[in-house]
Ligand binder design. Sequence first.
Ligand code: 9WN
Length: 420
Amino acid sequence: MNHDEMIRHARQVLSDNDRGAYTVPTHGLYPFQWNWDSALSALGFAHYDEPRAWTEIETLLDHQWDDGMVPHIIFHAPDDGYFPGPEVWGTGRAVPTTGITQPPVAGFAVRRIHDRARDSALAGRQARALLPKIHAWHQWFYRCRDPEGTGLVALLHPWESGRDNSVDWDDAFDRVPIDGVGEFTRRDTAHANPAHRPTDGQYKRYIWLVQKFKSLGWDNTKLHDASPFKVVDPGFNAILIRACEDVADLAARLGMEEIAKESRAMADKGVAAMESLWSDELGQYLCYDRAEGKLIPSASIGGVLAAFAPIPKHRITALVRRIEELGEVCNYLIPSHDPRAPEFDGLRYWRGPVWLIVNFMVADGLQRAGEREIIDRIMGDCLRLIETSGFAEYHDPVTAEPCGGAHFTWTAAMIIEILH
Ligand code: 9WN
């Protein structure tokens, strides 16, 4: 497939998954709007249809909660092909949503789409309307997920991380009980190979947490302290910090002084706090288990994704070395878990496979430090994966086997982004 054909194919994927004002990640497996999928997919649309790109983010933010949270799934239209659906979440919203959030990439996406817009009048209008909402979401994070003001926010559910079954959560997740969860039927394993998906044991815990939060009325002033699962993820925090920084820059240029000042302060505090997650031993950042008060020595992509934030130059250089090291033990960068670790599983979701969206964000961060050689390797591996195995949800980093759902929106959007 040459590059023009690849772009044509990618646009077809986006168009097939387009539901008018939002896209679904893929038909069947994920029939609703997902938060970070939408923001990243908008980057793809922006290359050939800017109004459609803006609509994607507008729709997402139309469903923001009054407290500022932007939910992880918006259940626009009924579909019983996904579990857990709206009745399990019971958040009581007119258009149902889940009650947790996802990595806040929207701030980054808005700045990127704005800055390269051909229609700058539209971009200016959209950015002015969207920035206050995104800023309120960022403030919600630091208020509700960092009540002690450490500069780092905690995730209360693995689904919030976007890296649902990462090895990072294993120990903390083991402490989540499963009693009283009741019977349920998973739907994901009817659409995708069960060997590529989280286990039944993990699903019971996912659902236990949902039931717990629901019993607290989805009140975000209570959830952080009440949750037995409270993990600080360097990748997630890096995305939030980067988004705050992007909002600060763009808001300043648009004359939105207060948003600019507050966003800059949040980003600066976050960057300083990231230092507490650094591991000299592994040469990357680590997750921190806030319930137990200790770092989690797990060699996952979360600690590499930190490159997306404006971290110090010497940390970027160390992360480049870490990625080079990973490149010696697999054929396609970047594996979501170190292939040398005993927990590595090249097919199972976030326990080894390569995800193009993560590659894109890491490479984008490395660009700020001018790390050309490794960026070319990462981007080249993305293209080889798609050429070999198509627009899958994720791929085995050793064999390139396509995994999870097929015909995947954000995978396609990343190809459009990379090839422009
Ligand atoms: C739960 C939609 C989402 C992504 C996540 C990915 C997966 C959902 C699931 O799919 O999670 O949110 O049911 O498996 O882990 O990152 O946003 O593509």
